[in-house]
Design a protein around this ligand. Structure first.
Ligand code: NAD
Length: 329
């Protein structure tokens, strides 16, 4: 199988090469993202392997089909960046990695909460400069606080389990109640009730037409004053302009995001010598109570092992004409 791997960093290549002995596939690694302009690079490949910010829209898929690509292998769980209808129309199958170490993302959500709350990132810099003052470093106990979880699938459920250990009260909203989560003592409520009652709201639902901008001017208005919002799911779950307004008005007390609506122009790249043109991220970066990480919640050794091996197994199943257990329909 010939596989064109897009949006590749050195660590992606390292993990594919680590596991390729068993498969002996031929990879072409491209640093560039897949889009309609770069799709021409796929000529002669059977498979394209893509990540969260590749643009696999109708126009891109048309080029992939004419180049003979038969499989789109997502090396991630979310598939909001793929036009599934266009793929089906061109008889291209789409597979993904539906579950890989939900602990990786859930633990990162917790890291954002603890960092924002206890300000360890500020303390680290202070102490390095000989500043041992505690001024403005005060946090709050997580114990007994109400945590609102939106989306209680694999990651949301793992997050609930972790927060239970802190003695938090956990409330949740999902379109389908998760029995495992109910058994943990989590109370399922309406979205409005979760927004109104939670001290911390953590988003763990997929991005789709129902969840886009689930955090917006109206929902922010119903939240507690000083609420902490955590998003490790997809950037467009949050309306960025409305969230900035909520921060300026001090309605939102803390914001921790690992994903950002326009992240495809920024994340995963070293732009330290560039002039960043994105006014919204610059505004977000200016708040003392906003913590941004660049889509690294998944990035653990365990998750990379699983992402790579499941992706290779997905491709092997396709090659052998076996059932595609991770097909996206
Ligand atoms: P999952 O499919 O196991 O769970 C998603 C949950 O969201 C399900 O329980 C589903 O019923 C619920 N849901 C669907 N529509 C909803 C709606 N309208 N309102 C409320 N809940 C709704 O998925 P998962 O493995 O837990 O992953 C969740 C998301 O995390 C993924 O879609 C992906 O976008 C994101 N993710 C981010 C990273 C990262 O590195 N930051 C890594 C992996 C996944």
């Amino acid at each position: 199988m010939k596989i064109a791997v897009f949006s590749t960093k050195s660590y992606d290549q390292e993990y594919f090469e680590k596991y390729n002995d068993k498969y002996n596939y031929s990879f072409s690694f491209y640093e560039t993202a897949l889009n309609v302009d770069t799709a021409k690079l796929t000529t002669g490949n059977d498979v394209v392997c893509v990540f969260v910010n590749d643009v696999v829209d109708k126009a891109t898929i048309k080029v992939l089909a004419s180049n003979g690509v038969k499989l789109i292998a997502l090396r991630c769980a979310g598939y909001n960046n793929v036009d599934l209808e266009a793929a089906e129309n061109h008889n291209i199958k789409v597979v993904r990695v539906p579950a890989y170490s939900p602990e990786a993302v859930a633990e990162h959500a917790l890291a954002l909460i603890l960092t924002l709350n206890r300000k360890t990132h500020k303390a680290y810099n202070r102490v390095r400069e000989g500043n041992f003052s505690l001024k403005n470093l005060i946090g709050f106990n997580l114990n007994t606080k109400t945590i609102g979880v939106i989306g209680t699938g694999k990651i949301g459920a793992t997050f609930c389990k972790i927060l239970n250990g802190f003695g938090c009260k956990i409330i949740a909203y999902d379109i389908a109640e998760n029995e495992e989560v109910v058994a943990m003592g989590v109370e399922f409520l309406s979205l409005e009730e979760v927004c109104a009652q939670a001290d911390i709201i953590s988003l763990h639902c997929p991005l789709n037409k129902h969840t886009k901008h689930i955090v917006n001017k109206e929902s922010i208005a119903t939240m507690k004053d000083g609420v902490m919002i955590i998003n490790t799911s997809r950037g467009a779950l949050i309306n960025t302009a409305d969230t900035i307004e909520g921060l300026i008005k001090k309605k939102i007390g803390y914001l921790g995001i690992d994903v950002y609506e326009q992240e495809e122009n920024l994340f995963f790249e070293d732009l330290s010598e560039h002039i960043i043109q994105d006014e919204q991220i610059l505004r977000l970066m200016s708040f003392p109570n906003v913590l941004i990480t660049s889509h690294q919640a998944y990035f653990t050794k365990e998750a990379m092992d699983q992402i790579t091996t499941i992706t290779l197994e997905n491709i092997k199943a396709f090659e052998n004409g076996n059932e595609l257990i991770n097909v996206v329909k």
